[in-house]
Design a protein around this ligand. Structure first.
Ligand SMILES: [Zn+2]
Length: 138
């Protein structure tokens, strides 16, 4: 009886007395799993508030003239030399009307459309094409 119990006891004892870490429940450290979700959530908040709202309003109207001027484009924020286009303005139409009254009926009254100094000047950004302002003759 004793011999049998002693011989069967060691194998049974050996199976149940395995080390606790071997059974599939390793005591993992609590540090990394807790710190991981908190780490990335903090830096995301920093980049959210847009700050450059009021400085966008740059009205270069005081320096616009008949010639290209250097200004800061409010659209692409580059310092650019404006690209000018001549567009018919009030002075252009007055000139047309004046020529028409004088008697230039046919093609002559359209001359002001070809004369840059009689037309308004439209300033645009050469970089992004944004309309920066007009220089008006009248
Ligand atoms: Zn621009």
């Amino acid at each position: 009886m004793e011999g049998k119990a002693t011989s069967s006891a060691p194998p049974g004892y050996h199976e149940s007395m395995q080390p606790p870490g071997y059974h599939g429940n390793p005591p993992y450290p609590p540090g990394p799993p807790m710190a991981a979700p908190m780490g990335p959530s903090y830096p995301v908040v920093i980049g959210q508030p847009p700050v450059v709202v009021h400085s966008v309003i740059v009205q270069p109207s005081q320096i616009l003239g008949p010639q290209p001027v250097q200004t800061t484009c409010p659209s692409c924020h580059q310092v650019v030399l404006t690209r000018i286009n001549h567009t018919p303005g009030a002075l252009t139409w007055l000139s047309v009307g004046g020529l028409f009254l004088v008697g230039c009926m046919l093609g002559c009254c359209l001359i002001p459309f070809c004369v840059d100094s009689l037309q308004d000047v439209q300033h645009r950004c050469p970089n992004c094409g944004a309309h920066l302002g007009n220089y008006k003759r009248l």
